[in-house]
Design a protein around this ligand. Structure first.
Ligand code: KIV
Length: 275
């Protein structure tokens, strides 16, 4: 049976320069397949707003939706380190709400850590949740929940001044007690500076080489159609596969090719005559 990683394993992986690989998952089946494939971690990201619910961004996602999907993922991947993503509104209104919602993730969805967006400005929240005995992963750089404040979904840290602010964010989340940090949408030079600045695992999405990568599941599968960010590598075209299968099923039913003899239940011998 696969052994679930702990924060200490993840730290050791960083120290030995072994990459951690993680992916988003929002449902039981995907979680089960990802665990079987040997994924190190699963993130039940608030990206489910776009990938599952069809919202334009992550802002409308609620705490209840996140809990609901995280429970399903936990059922599919009992032996995988699972990250619960705090949605917009779960921690912006203050430390007490933030701690209450982090506790919900632990009690209702059996997460191994929670993740929240922001650097220096959320450091007191990270500290309070960590002081409560829970694990927190920071998320800095491009932070989709504040995309309107950041001027849209765009790369961050492309000037020396803005890069310096992101490095300060990394230090603030580390000092507040985060055990790891996710860096999104920044140039590799900024990621490398963060790695030199703090001793905890630094993971990336659109941030170049670091201690591990996360991708959105529907992006690598080639399922999400609305847009594909520059940093995504598609490993297949599942949208095309879905479409082929759906069309074949429609044709089969319309032409009478399905259901076939092998798909029906037969009555017990003699019973059809009696009927
Ligand atoms: O919600 C999410 O899926 C994320 C990604 C940026 C990894 O936070």
């Amino acid at each position: 049976m696969k052994k679930k990683l702990t924060r200490f394993d993840l730290q050791e992986m960083r120290d030995k320069d072994e990459k951690a690989v993680w992916l988003t998952a929002y449902d039981f089946t995907t979680a089960q397949l990802a665990e079987e494939a040997g994924m190190d971690m699963l993130l039940v990201g608030d990206s489910l707003g776009m990938a599952v619910y069809g919202y334009a961004g992550t802002v409308p996602v609620t705490m209840d939706q996140c809990i609901y999907h995280t429970e399903a993922v936990r059922r599919g991947a009992a032996n995988t380190f699972i990250i619960g993503d705090m949605p917009f509104g779960a921690y912006q209104s203050g430390i007490e709400d933030a701690c209450r919602n982090a506790v919900r993730f632990y009690k209702e969805a059996s997460v191994d850590c929670i993740k929240l967006e922001g650097g220096t400005r959320v450091a007191p929240i990270i500290k309070a949740i960590s002081d409560g005995g829970m694990l927190v992963m920071g998320h800095i750089g491009l932070t989709p929940q504040s995309s309107s404040a950041q001027g849209g979904f765009r790369a961050q840290g492309r000037t020396a001044d803005s890069a310096r602010a992101i490095i300060e964010d990394a230090r603030a989340v580390y000092e507040a007690g985060a055990f790891a940090v996710l860096v999104e949408g920044v140039p590799p030079e900024v990621t490398q500076a963060i790695i030199r600045e703090i001793p905890i695992p630094v993971y990336g999405i659109g941030a170049g080489d670091c201690h591990g990568q996360v991708m959105i599941c529907s992006d690598i599968l080639g399922l999400f159609q609305a847009f594909t960010p520059k940093f995504v590598k598609r490993y297949g075209n599942m949208a095309e596969e879905f479409s082929k299968i759906f069309k074949a099923y429609i044709d089969d039913v319309r032409t009478g090719a399905f259901p076939g003899e092998e798909h029906v239940y037969r009555m017990i011998d003699g019973e059809a005559n009696k009927l």
